[in-house]
Design a binder for this molecule. Structure first.
Ligand SMILES: *[C@@H]1O[C@H](CO)[C@@H](O)[C@H](O)[C@H]1NC(C)=O
Ligand SMILES: *[C@@H]1O[C@H](CO)[C@@H](O)[C@H](O)[C@H]1NC(C)=O
Ligand SMILES: *[C@@H]1O[C@H](CO)[C@@H](O)[C@H](O)[C@H]1NC(C)=O
Ligand SMILES: *[C@@H]1O[C@H](CO)[C@@H](O)[C@H](O)[C@H]1NC(C)=O
Ligand SMILES: *[C@@H]1O[C@H](CO)[C@@H](O)[C@H](O)[C@H]1NC(C)=O
Ligand SMILES: *[C@@H]1O[C@H](CO)[C@@H](O)[C@H](O)[C@H]1NC(C)=O
Length: 465
């Protein structure tokens, strides 16, 4: 009876069976780069490991140059080599080849195919490919070394600093190279490269940078890997590093980094502000609603005030218009001259008979009295011209307001003939219906009759006070 556990065990057995024939750990990995020097050995170290019961049926090697061609085939323990590689091929391991005297023209992809059968008689095929580079000396693009100083500084993760970098190349190794270079510093010290990238060995100069000559050369131990056959120290290249320029390069890099950092920080700050704003929006909306209600209430209040004010203003302007209309009818003024009697006796009202104007009809030319039609402040002016009589004399006149003498003007002449004058000028409060006049008060009272020198005027200054 088969239980689920039995089935699982069977599955595990099948699975382990299928992975029995496999590449050895030491075998070339898929798509490895393999380097060989011109006219030397190309070693393709493929190898498979198998367990008992498993058999390799055959192994075939191909060169994928212009077209795919078979190099050799191993079957039944017999290595069969194609004519193009005849005499140059040797087996290494159970699936590897050594090809002697390869030439630069033979670079390209090489592949291997291993056909095997496992214990249960199932056939298994393993395939692998390698990219072969064949150097014709030094493994550089032009057979020479070239050292130069990189225009921009390089940041090192290990020192966490910017470094001025020197490059030495250009090597054709696409990935980790089998050879290396050595550097000689201005102080004569020998140092290794810091890293290899894109065909260049890099030397990151220590800070502070020492100015002077830096030389790159292939050390003797790397000579054969670099396809150098003679004295490798002959192959060298030197660059002179200016320590001031080097410091500038470092400053530029740091500056650039700071700027980038600043941009990042500013972006972050913006993001934070935006987030805060987003978080704030709902609160703000509630706040705005409350504020809106308050504003509406205030607006309504303001509108009520405006309406009240408008009503008041309408009323005031109505009153004002009325007042102005009233005032236009309340203009009061008069001017009169020419006394009816130029020689009045004591306590006689001066009567002027020429009425020049009399707005409001306050002056009565029959009585010589002005009667105020409205209460207010009135201004009264009178000019009195007297004539001496040879025996002296003069004129004396009161301005009388409602029976009370308010002002007094008088002139006194000596023994000689002559003219003289007196005046009254006064702002006087007069109530409606009260009268104002001029009244003689003793003296000889001889007035000039020939001219309009004697006159009496009055007008309303303020209405209603
Ligand atoms: C070698 O194989 C790679 C892919 O693995 C391919 O890109 C390349 O073109 C091949 N080179 C030659 C010379 O066939
Ligand atoms: C340096 O570190 C960063 C991340 O910390 C990494 O992306 C980068 O590849 C590292 N560079 C080197 C040369 O190790
Ligand atoms: C290589 O040449 C240098 C001079 O260019 C010489 O000093 C050195 O001894 C030589 N080394 C060998 C191994 O011939
Ligand atoms: C969040 O809202 C409050 C009140 O509405 C305001 O004072 C504050 O400035 C707001 N914060 C941001 C980041 O907008
Ligand atoms: C002037 O006064 C006289 C005497 O009092 C009076 O009869 C007359 O009507 C008055 N004239 C005017 C215009 O009031
Ligand atoms: C003016 O004087 C004459 C003569 O003295 C007199 O008859 C007349 O009534 C006077 N007029 C007035 C308004 O007093």
């Amino acid at each position: 009876m088969r239980t689920p556990l039995h089935q699982l065990l069977l599955l595990l057995l099948v699975a382990s069976e299928c992975s029995c024939i496999q590449w050895s750990s030491s075998a070339l990995k898929e798509d490895s780069a393999v380097y060989a020097c011109d006219n030397s050995d190309l070693i393709l170290s493929w190898d498979v490991s198998k367990t008992t019961g498993e058999t390799i049926v055959d192994v075939q090697w191909y060169y994928e140059g212009r077209s795919q061609e078979l190099i050799a085939m191993l079957a039944h323990g017999h290595l069969n080599v194609m004519p193009a590689f005849s005499g140059r091929v040797e087996l290494t391991g159970n699936a590897g080849l050594v090809i002697h005297h390869v030439t630069a023209g033979e670079k390209g992809n090489y592949s291997v195919e291993v056909n095997a059968v496992d214990a249960s008689g199932r056939s298994v095929t393993l395939r692998r490919k390698a990219a072969v580079l064949i150097g014709d000396g030094l493994m550089t693009t032009n057979g020479q070394l070239h050292v130069s100083q990189m225009a921009v500084a390089v940041f090192s993760n290990s020192t966490q600093q910017w470094h001025v970098a020197l490059t030495c190349g250009t090597f054709t190794y696409p990935d980790s190279p089998p050879s290396t270079v050595e550097w000689t510093t201005p102080s004569g010290q020998s140092v290794s490269s810091s890293q290899y990238q894109e065909g260049q060995f890099l030397l990151l100069l220590d800070n502070p940078v020492s100015g002077g000559s830096y030389t790159c050369h292939v050390p003797q131990r790397s000579a054969s890997a670099a396809c150098l056959h003679g004295n490798s120290t002959d192959v060298r290249s030197t660059v002179v590093v200016d320590d001031v320029k080097a410091r500038l390069t470092l400053l530029e890099a740091e500056n650039r980094q700071l700027k980038e950092h600043l941009i990042v920080v500013m972006d972050l700050a913006n993001v934070k502000i935006n987030l805060a704003m987003v978080n704030n929006v709902s609160g703000e909306v509630i706040g705005l609603k409350a504020e809106n209600e308050q504003l509406k209430e205030r607006l309504a209040q303001q509108e009520r005030v405006v309406h009240q004010t408008q009503a008041t203003m309408n009323s005031v302007s109505g009153q004002l218009v009325q007042h102005l209309q009233d005032e236009s009818t309340q203009r009061v003024s008069f001017r009169v001259s020419h006394l009816n009697n130029t020689t009045p006796t004591h306590d006689e009202v001066l009567i002027y008979t020429w009425v020049h104007n009399n707005h409001g009809n306050g002056y009565n030319s029959s009585t010589g009295k002005f009667t105020a039609p409205f209460t207010g402040i009135y201004c009264f002016l009178s000019t009195l011209c007297g004539i001496g009589s040879g025996s002296g004399g003069g004129i004396a006149v009161h301005l009388v307001v409602d029976g009370a003498a308010e002002l007094y003007a008088r002139t006194d002449f000596g023994s000689e003939w002559g003219y003289d004058m007196g005046t009254h000028q006064a702002a006087v409060h007069v109530r409606a219906g009260q009268s104002v006049w001029l009244l003689t008060s003793g003296g000889s009272n001889v007035f000039d009759s020939s001219t309009a020198c004697n006159s009496f005027s009055g007008f309303l200054i303020y209405y209603g006070l």
